[in-house]
Design a protein around this ligand. Structure first.
Ligand SMILES: Cc1cc2nc3c(=O)[nH]c(=O)nc-3n(C[C@H](O)[C@H](O)[C@H](O)COP(=O)(O)OP(=O)(O)OC[C@H]3O[C@@H](n4cnc5c(N)ncnc54)[C@H](O)[C@@H]3O)c2cc1C
Ligand code: SF4
Length: 323
């Protein structure tokens, strides 16, 4: 690992001040479970001069109930989300998604903010420098996307543009299904971005001098059903090959509202709006479930090696609607 300066801050203002001074040469570190691995592998060329330890910032590790929903601090650990009674009671999809992340050791230090802002797992991107030299590509600012003609079995079937890497965050899928917003602070003030609008094909909307401070989750309608299902190669610990987050609210036997979100198929959590339209105003019988599953993958454009994701996505949507 190259050397870097390690700065510890105790306020959002101090963190932003360091980011403003160093720009792309500074990196925030929360749990470090993603960042440190990436730095050790020297997979990227934009190695930071300063790593800013934000863990001591007080107040950002709490789950607070407010009238319209929840505010989850960016430094809340994934294990705290799994264990939170408030979340288990009214937002169980978040506990399910958090429990599916990695393993207990990582959930005990990994934070929600870090989970949302983690870097892609594309194997070309992550290739370690020590084994014959890092691999450059579009996302690293040099050359084309190697996944287009290469091994793209885990890459995007929706929305790939320049880079076909998928968003690896399980929490993004569950939060998008709940219509959550990411709260961002920077030198120009505060702003909120919907989780569905946070990601871009080459990364996310954060400026180099901004940080996530919290996530606002609106309270779902009374009679709702929430499901998160994740398909992965190794059940014990793995990123999703495809996942689904579903929040459906019912008016007696009829679907009043539905959010169907697919994970690991696009640069961000992918909202399957055609599936939602196939559900709203209808009873959840087999025919409607089948139509929604088909509609969930409308417009998918698979690469040479990942058309199988379409079948998995349809199956997961069908299963989620039957639970
Ligand atoms: C073996 C392994 C398995 C994993 N499996 C899964 C999985 O199944 N599902 C899944 O979703 N994830 C998985 N992960 C990723 C893991 O969830 C994340 O590494 C963890 O949640 C990141 O949190 P962190 O606090 O450690 O982030 P860090 O490593 O500290 O940071 C990650 C990135 O986010 C940035 N960042 C951190 N906090 C903020 C903030 N508040 N504002 C702006 N930027 C910020 C950092 O600068 C860095 O770029 C896995 C990781 C490992 C190592
Ligand atoms: S998918 Fe993105 S990260 Fe992977 S090789 Fe292509 S440009 Fe690079």
């Amino acid at each position: 690992m190259k050397t870097f300066q390690h700065a510890t801050v105790s306020s959002v203002t101090d963190a932003i001040s360091i980011l403003s001074k160093h720009g792309d040469n500074a990196k925030l570190m929360a749990g470090g479970t993603d960042l440190i691995g990436l730095l050790k592998s020297k997979a990227t060329t934009n190695y930071p001069d300063v790593v800013v330890n934000i863990k001591p910032i007080t107040g950002l590790d709490q789950i607070k109930q407010e009238s319209g929903g929840l505010i989850i601090g960016a430094l809340t650990r994934l294990s705290d989300i799994v264990d939170s009674e408030a979340i288990q009671d009214a937002y169980p999809i978040l506990a399910e998604a958090a429990a599916s992340v990695a393993m207990p050791q990582i959930r005990n230090v990994g934070t929600l903010g870090g989970n949302l802002a983690q870097e892609t797992r594309c194997w070309y991107f992550r290739y370690p420098h020590s084994i014959g030299g890092r691999i450059m590509c579009k996302r690293k600012g040099e050359g084309a996307c190697l996944a287009v003609k290469g091994d793209n079995r885990y890459h995007a079937i929706f929305g790939g543009k320049k880079c076909f890497a998928v968003c690896p965050s399980d929490m993004a899928v569950a939060l998008a299904a709940l219509d959550a917003e990411i709260q961002i602070s920077g030198p120009r003030g505060e702003r909120s971005v919907a989780v569905t609008g946070f990601y871009r094909p080459l990364g996310n909307v954060l400026e180099t001098d901004e940080m996530i401070t919290g996530i606002r989750v609106p309270r779902p309608a009374q009679n709702n059903r929430q499901v998160f299902i994740k398909h992965r190669v190794r059940d014990a610990i793995d990123f999703a090959t495809v996942s689904v987050g579903l929040v459906v609210s019912m008016d007696a036997e009829t679907v009043a509202d539905a959010r169907v979100v697919l994970g690991a198929v696009a640069p961000g959590p992918y909202r399957a709006t055609e599936a939602e339209a196939a559900l709203v105003g209808r009873e959840l019988d087999q025919a409607v479930i089948g139509k929604a599953a088909e509609a969930s993958v409308a417009g998918a454009v698979p690469l040479s090696g990942n058309a199988y994701k379409i079948e998995i996505a349809k199956t997961l949507v069908r299963r989620a609607l039957r639970i």
